[in-house]
Design a protein around this ligand. Structure first.
Ligand code: FES
Length: 372
């Protein structure tokens, strides 16, 4: 408490001093000059420095970041936005924080897996290095364990969907209050399991942690089906699943199967899901794209009916504002000046001039002109 008070005191002293020095720094701010000395001391934007990288698997890497001024610690399960500069363009991506908030070195980790065709995830895993500074946002998200009630969690995760669960489990262990916990995790092979060794260690050492790892590509074509989630498998691994709160994160088909199972049991409220992508509607087979004109930039390109307009704009060399890339934050909103786009989540067509278009979840549905 004393340390916190002294930090607050220093902060307010710095803020008061800045009010005076800002007058001399005008039109910039003191923080702009401070950035030249140490980017972590800036207050006009938040940055973090990479202090270590660790390869979890052949295509997943944990990056440890030391956050700068104004950072506030996350709740286990929350995510953070990071800015990634690549070839003069600035991209934003959102990643779950995989470390527990109980770390006392002011650092946090994100664990990034290269996704197929994902140029930014590839860049993060292959090119970012110790010493680099990257812009970060504050931790966000509603996917976390409740503070009070001693629930008995069931985690169901797949692939990199393990990251929020890992933060939660690490946190509960750090607080020495891990309740009876069942964790079902899916990965193609044993060597693809992110945090594989740590999971096995926890399973061996933690009395209340029960791990069921499923390697879905281990067997031949015929048995492979049986490896995927089913109610029978759930009953086998976790007979009391109906009495537990389930926290799940993974690919859309797994989450859809979980939703159907919990809904059929009348227990939807006990299922908590974290998605990495927006849920998309089925696009009609006869859907067409069209010519997309970015009016303010004076650029026109052809687009298909299934690629979001944010990606189309980026591929055309634009650098439009964006955040979550899954229809939540509205940072990517722009205005429809003419033509027709489709909201890929609902399949609904937007064709009213002046309509707001979320470029990350909308695609061309004919020719269209956007205020970008
Ligand atoms: S980037 Fe967040 S809603 Fe589009």
């Amino acid at each position: 408490m004393q340390t916190q008070n002294s930090a607050d005191h220093k902060k307010s002293l710095f803020e008061r001093l800045s009010i005076i020095t800002d007058m001399f720094a005008y039109p910039l701010k003191t923080s702009h000059y401070v950035e030249l000395v140490n980017p972590l001391w800036t207050t006009h934007k938040m940055q973090a420095q990479i202090v270590s990288v660790w390869d979890e698997t052949k295509d997943a890497r944990t990056i440890t970041l030391k956050a700068g001024a104004n950072w506030r610690m996350h709740r286990a399960g929350q995510h953070v936005r990071v800015g990634i500069p690549v070839d003069g363009m600035h991209y934003t991506r959102t990643y779950t924080i995989s470390s527990p908030p109980e770390r006392d070195d002011g650092c946090f980790t994100i664990t990034v897996k290269v996704i197929q065709g994902g140029r930014i995830s590839r860049h993060i895993v292959r090119n970012l290095k110790v010493g680099d500074f990257i812009p970060v946002g504050l931790p966000q998200g509603e996917f976390y364990l409740p503070d009070a009630s001693p629930i008995q969690p069931l985690f169901i995760t797949a692939g990199s969907g393990i990251t929020p669960a890992m933060s939660m489990i690490r946190s509960l262990i750090a607080q020495e209050r891990l309740p009876d916990t069942v964790h079902i995790h899916y990965a193609p092979h044993e060597f693809d399991v992110i945090f594989g060794k740590e999971l096995l260690k926890m399973n061996a050492e933690q009395k209340y942690y029960h791990l069921h790892e499923v390697h879905t590509q281990k067997y031949g074509e015929e048995q492979r089906e049986q490896c995927h989630f089913s109610v029978e498998q759930l009953e086998r691994f976790c007979p009391d699943w109906k009495e537990r709160d389930c926290y799940a994160c993974g690919p859309a088909p797994l989450l859809a199967a979980l939703e159907a199972t919990w809904e059929a049991a009348g227990l939807s409220r006990r299922l908590h899901i974290e998605r990495f992508r927006a849920e998309l509607a089925v696009i009609p087979t006869d859907a067409v794209g069209g010519k997309v004109t970015f009016a303010s930039s004076g650029i026109s390109v052809n687009a298909d009916s299934g690629t979001n307009l944010l990606r189309i704009a980026e591929d055309a060399g634009l650098n439009p504002p964006h955040g979550c890339r899954m229809g939540i934050c509205h940072t990517c909103n722009t205005t429809l000046k003419s033509g027709c786009v489709r909201d890929m989540r609902s399949g609904k067509i937007l064709n009213e001039v002046g309509a707001t278009v979320q470029t990350c979840v909308c695609a061309a549905a004919g020719d269209c002109e956007l205020d970008l």
